[in-house]
Design a protein around this ligand. Structure first.
Ligand code: SF4
Length: 203
Protein backbone atom coordinates (compact mmCIF):
# COMPACT_ATOMS: atom_id res chain seq x y z
CA UNK A 1 0.00 0.00 0.00
CA UNK A 2 1.47 3.32 -1.01
CA UNK A 3 1.61 5.97 1.67
CA UNK A 4 1.38 9.70 1.04
CA UNK A 5 4.44 11.81 1.89
CA UNK A 6 6.89 9.26 0.60
CA UNK A 7 9.72 11.70 0.27
CA UNK A 8 11.31 12.68 3.53
CA UNK A 9 12.92 16.00 4.40
CA UNK A 10 14.89 16.44 7.65
CA UNK A 11 11.83 18.22 9.13
CA UNK A 12 9.57 15.31 8.31
CA UNK A 13 12.09 12.83 9.71
CA UNK A 14 12.29 14.82 12.94
CA UNK A 15 8.49 14.81 13.18
CA UNK A 16 8.27 11.15 12.24
CA UNK A 17 10.75 10.16 14.94
CA UNK A 18 8.64 11.97 17.49
CA UNK A 19 5.48 10.23 16.32
CA UNK A 20 7.22 6.85 16.20
CA UNK A 21 8.31 7.27 19.82
CA UNK A 22 4.75 8.12 20.86
CA UNK A 23 3.36 5.17 18.88
CA UNK A 24 5.84 2.72 20.39
CA UNK A 25 5.20 4.01 23.92
CA UNK A 26 1.47 3.68 23.43
CA UNK A 27 1.73 0.17 21.99
CA UNK A 28 4.00 -0.94 24.83
CA UNK A 29 1.47 0.41 27.37
CA UNK A 30 -1.31 -1.46 25.57
CA UNK A 31 0.78 -4.67 25.42
CA UNK A 32 0.03 -4.96 21.71
CA UNK A 33 2.71 -7.08 20.10
CA UNK A 34 2.16 -6.76 16.39
CA UNK A 35 -0.61 -5.52 14.12
CA UNK A 36 -0.83 -7.29 10.76
CA UNK A 37 -0.93 -4.90 7.81
CA UNK A 38 -4.25 -5.12 5.90
CA UNK A 39 -3.96 -6.52 2.37
CA UNK A 40 -7.17 -5.38 0.69
CA UNK A 41 -9.18 -2.16 0.73
CA UNK A 42 -12.00 -3.87 2.60
CA UNK A 43 -9.55 -5.27 5.17
CA UNK A 44 -8.09 -1.80 5.60
CA UNK A 45 -11.51 -0.17 6.12
CA UNK A 46 -12.52 -2.86 8.62
CA UNK A 47 -9.16 -2.47 10.38
CA UNK A 48 -9.41 1.31 10.80
CA UNK A 49 -13.07 1.11 11.84
CA UNK A 50 -12.19 -1.39 14.56
CA UNK A 51 -9.22 0.72 15.67
CA UNK A 52 -11.27 3.91 16.09
CA UNK A 53 -14.20 2.09 17.70
CA UNK A 54 -11.89 0.56 20.29
CA UNK A 55 -9.92 3.77 20.87
CA UNK A 56 -13.05 5.89 21.39
CA UNK A 57 -14.58 3.29 23.71
CA UNK A 58 -11.40 2.94 25.78
CA UNK A 59 -10.34 6.60 25.31
CA UNK A 60 -6.82 6.44 23.98
CA UNK A 61 -4.90 7.97 21.05
CA UNK A 62 -4.12 6.28 17.75
CA UNK A 63 -0.59 7.45 17.00
CA UNK A 64 1.12 6.82 13.67
CA UNK A 65 4.87 6.55 13.34
CA UNK A 66 7.35 5.51 10.67
CA UNK A 67 7.17 1.84 11.53
CA UNK A 68 3.90 1.68 13.39
CA UNK A 69 0.61 2.51 11.71
CA UNK A 70 -2.41 2.46 14.00
CA UNK A 71 -4.74 4.31 11.64
CA UNK A 72 -5.01 4.73 7.85
CA UNK A 73 -7.14 7.49 6.41
CA UNK A 74 -9.00 6.10 3.36
CA UNK A 75 -11.55 7.73 1.09
CA UNK A 76 -12.16 5.20 -1.70
CA UNK A 77 -14.62 7.36 -3.66
CA UNK A 78 -12.06 10.14 -3.99
CA UNK A 79 -9.11 7.79 -4.43
CA UNK A 80 -7.34 9.22 -1.36
CA UNK A 81 -5.25 7.41 1.22
CA UNK A 82 -3.03 8.91 3.88
CA UNK A 83 -1.64 8.56 7.36
CA UNK A 84 -2.48 11.35 9.80
CA UNK A 85 -0.12 11.90 12.71
CA UNK A 86 -2.67 11.13 15.37
CA UNK A 87 -6.34 10.43 16.02
CA UNK A 88 -7.15 11.67 19.51
CA UNK A 89 -9.94 9.47 20.88
CA UNK A 90 -9.51 10.42 24.53
CA UNK A 91 -12.80 12.36 24.67
CA UNK A 92 -14.85 9.60 23.06
CA UNK A 93 -15.18 11.55 19.78
CA UNK A 94 -12.34 11.22 17.26
CA UNK A 95 -10.23 14.32 16.59
CA UNK A 96 -7.75 14.05 13.72
CA UNK A 97 -4.50 15.79 14.60
CA UNK A 98 -1.87 16.77 12.06
CA UNK A 99 1.42 18.25 13.21
CA UNK A 100 3.65 20.45 11.10
CA UNK A 101 7.17 21.47 12.08
CA UNK A 102 7.85 24.86 10.54
CA UNK A 103 10.37 27.69 10.49
CA UNK A 104 7.67 30.32 11.01
CA UNK A 105 4.46 29.52 12.83
CA UNK A 106 1.55 30.85 10.74
CA UNK A 107 -1.51 32.54 12.26
CA UNK A 108 -3.85 30.85 9.78
CA UNK A 109 -4.01 27.34 8.40
CA UNK A 110 -2.29 26.88 5.05
CA UNK A 111 -4.78 25.92 2.29
CA UNK A 112 -3.01 22.63 1.47
CA UNK A 113 -2.89 21.65 5.16
CA UNK A 114 -6.59 22.49 5.46
CA UNK A 115 -7.37 20.16 2.55
CA UNK A 116 -5.18 17.38 3.91
CA UNK A 117 -6.86 17.55 7.31
CA UNK A 118 -10.33 17.77 5.74
CA UNK A 119 -9.68 14.57 3.76
CA UNK A 120 -8.61 12.81 6.97
CA UNK A 121 -11.81 14.03 8.67
CA UNK A 122 -13.99 12.91 5.76
CA UNK A 123 -12.44 9.46 5.93
CA UNK A 124 -13.61 9.13 9.54
CA UNK A 125 -17.10 10.25 8.56
CA UNK A 126 -17.02 7.66 5.78
CA UNK A 127 -16.54 5.00 8.46
CA UNK A 128 -19.70 6.21 10.21
CA UNK A 129 -18.22 8.36 12.96
CA UNK A 130 -20.22 11.52 13.71
CA UNK A 131 -19.16 15.04 14.76
CA UNK A 132 -15.59 14.46 13.63
CA UNK A 133 -13.22 17.31 14.40
CA UNK A 134 -9.72 18.19 13.23
CA UNK A 135 -6.76 20.03 14.68
CA UNK A 136 -3.72 21.38 12.88
CA UNK A 137 -0.72 21.96 15.15
CA UNK A 138 2.11 24.17 13.94
CA UNK A 139 5.29 23.65 15.97
CA UNK A 140 8.29 25.91 15.53
CA UNK A 141 11.34 23.83 14.65
CA UNK A 142 13.72 25.41 17.14
CA UNK A 143 11.55 26.94 19.86
CA UNK A 144 8.47 26.05 21.92
CA UNK A 145 6.20 28.29 19.85
CA UNK A 146 3.06 26.36 18.89
CA UNK A 147 -0.30 27.22 17.36
CA UNK A 148 -3.28 24.90 17.37
CA UNK A 149 -6.05 25.51 14.85
CA UNK A 150 -9.36 23.66 15.08
CA UNK A 151 -11.13 22.69 11.86
CA UNK A 152 -14.76 21.80 11.24
CA UNK A 153 -16.19 20.16 8.16
CA UNK A 154 -18.66 22.67 6.80
CA UNK A 155 -20.31 22.73 3.39
CA UNK A 156 -17.69 25.07 1.95
CA UNK A 157 -14.78 22.86 3.02
CA UNK A 158 -16.46 19.72 1.68
CA UNK A 159 -16.93 21.44 -1.66
CA UNK A 160 -13.30 22.59 -1.66
CA UNK A 161 -12.12 18.98 -1.19
CA UNK A 162 -14.32 17.70 -4.02
CA UNK A 163 -13.30 20.51 -6.39
CA UNK A 164 -9.60 20.02 -5.62
CA UNK A 165 -9.71 16.25 -6.15
CA UNK A 166 -11.57 16.82 -9.43
CA UNK A 167 -9.02 19.38 -10.57
CA UNK A 168 -6.08 17.13 -9.67
CA UNK A 169 -7.68 14.20 -11.52
CA UNK A 170 -8.19 16.45 -14.54
CA UNK A 171 -4.50 17.40 -14.51
CA UNK A 172 -3.44 13.74 -14.32
CA UNK A 173 -5.92 12.48 -16.92
CA UNK A 174 -5.31 15.30 -19.43
CA UNK A 175 -1.56 15.47 -18.87
CA UNK A 176 -1.97 19.17 -18.05
CA UNK A 177 0.72 21.16 -16.31
CA UNK A 178 -0.23 22.14 -12.73
CA UNK A 179 -0.22 25.78 -11.62
CA UNK A 180 2.59 25.87 -9.04
CA UNK A 181 2.98 28.29 -6.16
CA UNK A 182 5.29 31.27 -6.65
CA UNK A 183 5.91 31.48 -2.90
CA UNK A 184 9.48 30.25 -2.21
CA UNK A 185 8.71 29.78 1.51
CA UNK A 186 6.04 27.27 0.65
CA UNK A 187 8.46 25.35 -1.58
CA UNK A 188 11.18 25.39 1.08
CA UNK A 189 8.83 23.66 3.51
CA UNK A 190 7.50 21.25 0.87
CA UNK A 191 8.28 17.53 1.10
CA UNK A 192 8.64 17.27 -2.68
CA UNK A 193 10.97 20.23 -3.23
CA UNK A 194 14.01 18.20 -4.28
CA UNK A 195 12.10 16.39 -7.01
CA UNK A 196 9.73 19.18 -8.08
CA UNK A 197 10.41 20.77 -11.45
CA UNK A 198 7.91 23.56 -10.76
CA UNK A 199 9.45 24.82 -7.50
CA UNK A 200 9.66 28.58 -7.06
CA UNK A 201 12.73 30.37 -8.37
CA UNK A 202 15.68 30.58 -6.00
CA UNK A 203 14.80 27.51 -3.95
S1 SF4 B 1 8.14 22.40 -4.41
FE1 SF4 B 1 6.67 22.04 -6.06
S2 SF4 B 1 5.02 20.84 -5.12
FE2 SF4 B 1 6.21 21.78 -3.47
S3 SF4 B 1 5.14 23.69 -3.02
FE3 SF4 B 1 6.76 24.17 -4.49
S4 SF4 B 1 5.77 24.03 -6.50
FE4 SF4 B 1 4.41 23.01 -5.03
Amino acid sequence: MKILGEIQTPIMIEGAELHEKQAQELLSEMHVKKVKAPKTLLDALAFVHAQVTDATARRYNLVNGEETIMYYSILPELGCIGVPDLVDCTTGTPIVVEKKFVGRVPSRIWPDHELQLAIYMLSLERLGFKSVRGRLEYHHRTSDETTRIELKLDRQLRKKVKDTVKAVRGIIENDDEPVPTTNPNQCRACAYVEKCKWRALGV
